[in-house]
Design a protein around this ligand. Structure first.
Ligand code: CUK
Ligand code: CUA
Length: 641
């Protein structure tokens, strides 16, 4: 054991050393190798639009960013799991319920994997789903408004990492636990993990008309760690694949103890079979608590409901639904090619990439070519489902995406590069360095039957010398490569927000025509809306005061408010009467324990102000809205209680 520990640590040390000297050796000047016409390829002239949207996760910022490709211009940061002072998300009364969980109000998360909704295996540009890792949640962003409209918490999960990927008609968005935990949670010794902790794989149904999410069932799995997942598509539609590590079921000194087994598994789940089973009354209701938060566009308000039970399924009760495919050395990415035939497992500590064949997997099941079982789940013989191996393509493989010409692109964190290889022949075709230490990569539509193989975006963990220094913390970055030719060509570096993990890309034409311009004032059903200045008023109810206020260029109504007392709870309900594209107004109040509001045309938003001192206190518009923006102001008189 001691020796093993020593040798594993030595390997880790070598890898770490490799990473750092690799990074140190490369200078920012390497970009001097760029061809002359590269600037033209990413230049989108002022007033012109980009060809693609890229939705890049914000990692530990908790948000989702929207970039244009090929320009790399940042258009928006959509608040999802973290409070956002710029847009008042999670600060105003309307959106606070979005961040409710069974643990209370949790205004932060770690957002990893965005995935765009699909119809018939092709991305449709309706919604983006993204996972919150830390307090397990899945969010849905509506791509007509670019707003987070639903968040569902995942019970019986921890480190919700194997998420959030959609099936080919968006029947389900799938969330897999990272950590195994006691299910249901209970107080027990940690060293009794093995055999007692469990993992969960959660299938959330998505209603095809409105996208409403609901947990359909939760598969309770052996106590491995579940890393990433991808849906089957085409011939493998109906299946879902999950990479696992720590099949050792260790709970301590994980870098050594969870790296003992020569092979971990990719779990193949026939969700159609399980769906049929639960539709026929199968499964067990388990008592639990999880929040389901929905933002209603007609009221512009979110509501949070606490759900009390979830339908769980024991895989052993559904024979033929779950199999394990041995995959070398702690696979991270688990990626399915556009045809649905190949499942690529990226063993982080393996020299080779392992590719499984869906057809061979089915044949192996048919022939019962099993190498045993894990807690009763059949393990398919390694060779039986093996399609091929990409030999020694690089060091530290993480993720693979696909183009529309039968090529795959895999990121290598340690050797810091993207490697292009041929699906089916497994030969390496090309490689390009990344600056530095790439994690995920993204080809628009790369997780669907129809990738748009013009660009690949690499998301790098380290930038070091690539930009002007900004103190100890420097930005992370994305790199754009042209992949339309035989050789990849580096075109552009651009900075990102937080730490991007995955991204999802989409042709702009799928989203642009449906992008909303204003909210119709007539349709505003907010209970505190004032739809004209005639409707504005100040209503007192004990110590609570409701101000029904309106904004229009360039004044507030009312703009002089008296009769407020120290200790009152004053709610400003502010309706923006504008019906023009891109004319928000803002408002802020001195000493308010919240952010400003940024109210879009036709919307009503609310903040709470609790005045602590007598006096006459001004308020003003925070968004430069007209030549008379600076005149857009008012006073509140506060008297002694
Ligand atoms: S994980 Cu970050 S680089 Cu969350 Cu998809 Cu692989
Ligand atoms: Cu309204 Cu500035």
């Amino acid at each position: 054991m001691k020796n093993l520990l020593k040798s594993t640590l030595a390997i880790v040390a070598v890898l770490v050393a490799f990473t750092s000297c690799n990074n140190g050796a490369k200078s920012g000047k390497n970009s001097g190798a760029l061809a002359n016409n590269v600037a033209e390829k990413v230049y989108v002239a002022p007033g012109e639009h980009d060809e693609f949207y890229a939705f890049i996760s914000g990692g530990f910022s908790g948000q989702l960013s929207v970039y244009g490709l090929p320009s790399g211009r940042l258009f928006k940061v959509i608040p999802v799991f973290s409070q956002d002072a710029e847009k008042a998300y999670g600060y105003n009364e309307e959106t606070k319920p979005m961040l409710n969980t069974s643990h209370g109000f949790v205004p932060w998360d770690d957002a990893h994997h965005p995935d765009i909704s699909q119809t018939k295996g092709v991305i449709d540009g309706r919604w983006v789903f993204i996972n919150g890792n830390n307090t397990p949640r899945i969010a849905k962003i509506d791509l007509s408004t670019f707003e987070t409209t639903e968040i569902i918490e995942i019970p019986n999960s921890a480190g919700n990492h194997s998420s959030s990927f959609v099936t080919e008609n968006t029947e389900y968005v799938v969330a897999g636990t990272r950590f195994s935990v006691p299910i249901p949670q209970k107080d027990m010794p940690i060293n009794e993990y093995k055999g007692n902790f469990k993992g969960s794989l959660t299938f959330i149904s998505v209603d095809s008309e409105h996208g409403n999410m609901d947990i359909k069932f939760q598969l309770i799995m052996p106590g491995f760690d579940y890393d990433l997942s991808h849906p089957g598509r085409g011939k493998s539609h109906g299946w879902f694949f999950f990479s696992t590590y720590n099949t050792e079921e260790a709970s301590t000194l994980m870098e050594v103890n969870a790296s003992q087994n020569d092979k971990d598994f990719i779990a193949a789940v026939n969700w159609k079979k399980i769906e049929e089973y639960v539709n026929n009354g199968g499964g067990t209701m388990m008592t639990t608590n999880y929040a389901h938060n929905v933002y209603d566009e007609s009221t512009h308000m979110a509501t949070s409901t606490m759900k009390k039970e979830v339908l769980t399924v024991n895989p052993l009760d559904v024979p033929g639904a779950v199999y394990l495919m041995p995959t070398p050395k702690s696979p991270h990415g688990c990626d399915v090619d556009p045809t649905g035939e190949y499942i690529v497992g990226s063993g982080k500590l393996s020299a080779n990439l392992t590719v499984h064949s869906f057809t061979k997997m089915l044949a192996a099941i048919e022939n019962e070519s099993f190498a045993g079982d894990a807690y009763g789940i059949p393990i398919i013989e390694f060779e039986a489902s093996l399609a091929g191996v990409v030999e020694q393509p690089g060091l530290g493989p993480l993720h693979t995406e696909f183009d529309d010409k039968g090529n795959a692109y895999t990121t290598f964190f340690i050797s810091s590069e993207v490697v292009k290889w041929k699906v089916g022949t497994w030969e390496v075709l090309d490689r390009q360095p990344c600056y530095y230490s790439v994690g995920h990569l993204m080809i628009p539509g790369g997780n669907s039957q129809k990738p748009f193989g013009k660009y690949v975006v690499a998301m790098n963990k380290i930038t070091k010398d690539r930009y002007l220094p900004t103190g100890p913390e420097v930005t992370q970055s994305a790199q754009l490569y042209d992949i339309s030719g035989d050789k990849m060509e580096l075109l552009l570096d651009f900075p990102t927000i937080g730490e991007p993990h995955y991204a999802a890309g989409c042709p702009a034409d799928l989203i642009k025509p449906r992008s909303k311009k204003i909210f119709n004032l007539e349709d505003n059903k907010h209970p505190y809306a004032a739809k004209s200045e005639a409707d504005t008023k100040v209503v007192r109810d004990g110590k609570t005061v409701h101000i029904y206020m309106t904004t229009i260029r360039s004044h507030f109504a009312p703009d002089n408010i008296e009769g407020i007392k120290v200790g009152d709870k004053v709610y400003f309900h502010v309706t923006n009467l504008e019906q023009d594209y891109d004319v928000p107004h803002g408002i802020s109040m001195i000493g308010a324990n919240t952010s400003e509001l940024l109210i879009m045309p036709g919307q009503t938003e609310t903040f709470l102000w609790e005045p602590k001192q007598e006096g006459v206190w001004p308020f003003y518009c925070t968004d430069f809205c007209s030549a008379l923006h600076q005149e857009m102001q008012g006073y509140v008189r506060v008297s002694a209680a």
